[in-house]
Design a protein. Structure first.
Length: 64
């Protein structure tokens, strides 16, 4: 008798995105504008983590 077993593999913890939102403590429009690069950097870092996770998922799906 042949039995099929489904095994779910989770991604390594290092690939699970942790995208903390930078804290904004300013009170003026000028401070908000100067904060934009900080937000852009955080978004890029998060996008890189998500892309790495998606790459891992693709590899898992195509590996027998």
């Amino acid at each position: 008798m042949v039995q099929t077993q489904v095994v779910k593999r989770l991604p390594p913890p290092g690939l699970v995105p942790h995208c903390p939102e930078p804290d904004f403590t300013g009170t003026t429009y000028g401070e908000a504008v100067r904060f934009i690069p900080t937000l852009q950097t955080a978004l890029r870092r998060c996008q890189t983590q998500i892309a790495t996770l998606n790459h891992w998922i693709e590899q898992e799906e195509t590996t027998p």
